[in-house]
Design a protein around this ligand. Structure first.
Ligand code: COA
Length: 168
């Protein structure tokens, strides 16, 4: 089940972020694994904007997605799933939910930036319908902001998935 995140979820979302990020340690990217999870303030801002959703599995919150509007598109700022329930389609369900939100808000596409060569990043997003694109000015600004935070822009890629409006 996908639902809007609330303040009661915040500590669990921080925990999920740490658990999900740990995989980066296994591929020699400990600095990404050690990245701080989103702060309570950042999560509260997403919730206030109606831009954070959680996935529940067997009654427990196991994943979340934070979005923002970037260049007229619904931008996936973060999506993380607790490793114990990976591969059950919950990441895809969160992204599909964002697509529904984008349709409701007349946005034409979903976008994101991610690591090109990390298997559960760009290859994963390709699997769920994104394709690599040249950065628009708005996406370039995201990549530039990430570079200021220490992410090497040469390792990053911008991706886009058109929204598909269901027939009435
Ligand atoms: C990336 C992540 C969100 C995926 O969530 P998930 O619920 O395990 O993924 P899903 O079950 O929805 O998988 C959807 C599809 O992607 C495929 N997939 C899953 N992991 C994959 C991987 N590592 N590489 C390639 N494809 C993958 C699945 O096989 C599935 O395809 P199918 O339905 O055609 O068989 C999760 O692994 C995660 O939290 N990773 C760590 C945090 C992170 O890096 N987030 C993304 C960057 S912000």
């Amino acid at each position: 089940m996908i639902r809007a995140a609330t303040a009661a979820d915040f500590e669990r979302l921080q925990e999920i972020e740490v658990l999900a990020g740990a995989a980066f340690r296994d591929i020699g990217m400990p600095e990404i694994a050690d990245d701080d999870p989103p702060t309570i303030e950042e999560l509260a801002e997403s919730v206030a904007g109606g831009l954070a959703w959680v996935a529940e599995y067997q009654g427990r919150v196991v994943g979340y997605l934070q979005a923002e509007v970037v260049g007229g598109c619904a931008h996936v700022a973060q999506v993380s799933i607790d490793p114990i329930v990976r591969g059950r389609g919950l990441g895809r369900a969160l992204v599909d939910h964002l697509e529904g939100w984008a349709i409701d808000h007349n946005l034409e596409a979903l976008t994101l930036t991610t690591f090109r060569d990390v298997p559960w990043n760009a290859p994963y997003y390709e699997r769920i319908g994104f394709r690599q694109v040249e950065p628009t000015p708005a996406l370039q600004a995201v990549v530039d902001r990430e570079a200021e935070l220490g992410l090497n822009p040469a390792t990053r890629v911008c991706m886009r998935r058109e929204v598909v409006v269901p027939p009435r």
